[in-house]
Write a protein that binds this ligand. Sequence first.
Ligand SMILES: CC(C)(COP(=O)(O)OP(=O)(O)OC[C@H]1O[C@@H](n2cnc3c(N)ncnc32)[C@H](O)[C@@H]1OP(=O)(O)O)[C@@H](O)C(=O)NCCC(=O)NCCS
Length: 329
Amino acid sequence: MASLIPVGVAGLGRYVPEQRLTNRDLEQIVDTSDEWIVQRTGIRERRIVAKDEVTSSLALRAARQALEDAKLAPEDLDLVICATVTGDQPFPATACRVGFDLGAKRAGGFDVAAACSGFVFASQIAAGFVQSGQYRHVLVVGAETLSRILDYEDRNTCVLFGDGAGAALFTPLERAGRGEFLGGSISMEGGAEAVLAQPGGGSRHPSTHATVDQRLHYMKMGGTKVFRFAVRVFAELVQKVVDRHGRDAIGLIVPHQVNQRIIEAAMEQVGLPMDLVFTNIDRYGNTSAASVPIALREAYDAGRLTKGKLVVMPAFGAGMAWGHLLLRW
Ligand SMILES: CC(C)(COP(=O)(O)OP(=O)(O)OC[C@H]1O[C@@H](n2cnc3c(N)ncnc32)[C@H](O)[C@@H]1OP(=O)(O)O)[C@@H](O)C(=O)NCCC(=O)NCCS
């Protein structure tokens, strides 16, 4: 077998919509309070798409920034992978629209549906294509418009999520010069549809007037179960990296931005300080597949990615599905 080509991250991008939805705004919509939301989640506001924006239009903005960062043109792309559970429509894949709008004339594309773990899984697929030599320039975009599937009559869910997009461009390491791909993991535990899902609109509950009356086209969630699961798998994922590489090798943990309390509880469990973690949950809430790449680009802009140190990206969500992406910056 031919030896694997070392892979790196040549470019990063992010985009969030202009419109802010604050906790005070939500107080006018459901029975909640700024104090409750901040205490339980750390979220102060989230971004919401305008009427004429869709998932692919957010993805496009993030993708363009990643291309610019990498100094590559759309025609250079071999593959576009879009991680999303709120695509423009059930099919065709949102990646096809993103590729078309970008002008990625040579590229193929497809979507990855793994909810909040989508970017972390798609990045491992992308890196595999580059490692094998099949493709040189693979763009991964995590993009979501969760506001379009949230029930703004359900305070258990509508306060937690927001919209946005983030992107990473994987190329051979010699081209990228940074962000060496060191691997990751992909895990799942099926049969948990009742815990976190959008039940309607698929083959189980095809859309009918009845499914709409039952509000099955909106996200449903059992918050406490998800909380315990997230703390457990987050801690396990980070612990594995510590065991393998040592605590001092870690430069920054950029986790799925799920909930400040979940992040703090997991960090306490593995005995690591919070200053090793990058969070922006206060400004965007949980943006599912977009959360890790938005945070990664912001960590990069803030100078928090240290040359030669590990960047650990644990993610977890509906499925249940979880895993991590590991880079050496
Ligand atoms: C949802 C979550 C914030 C709730 O926090 P919690 O500490 O578990 O909440 P508690 O169980 O102590 O309290 C629940 C109570 O708060 C109420 N509540 C829920 N949302 C509320 C809101 N937005 N405002 C005010 N009260 C709210 C519930 O109705 C419930 O009231 P009850 O006890 O009268 O039935 C928390 O469970 C969580 O973050 N879970 C993970 C969710 C998530 O991130 N999912 C995505 C994973 S990728």
